[in-house]
Design a binder for this molecule. Structure first.
Ligand SMILES: [Zn+2]
Length: 59
């Protein structure tokens, strides 16, 4: 019996809006790092701050 260990880890980035505290989750992209702000909130045009980067393993 052999089980494949071909698990795939996908990284996600969690962002929070500085102004309205909206939370957003999207796929990690190159250059993301915690406490950087790279995008604008779609609700209030405030700054979105990256609060967490995490990986999800699927099998
Ligand atoms: Zn906002």
């Amino acid at each position: 019996m052999s089980k494949s260990k071909n698990n795939l880890t996908t990284c996600y980035t969690s962002l929070e809006c500085n102004s309205c505290k909206t939370l957003k989750k999207r796929k990690f992209t190159d250059g993301d790092f915690v406490f950087s702000s790279s995008e604008t909130c779609s609700d209030c045009n405030g700054k979105m701050l990256i609060i967490k980067i995490f990986g999800v393993t699927m099998d």
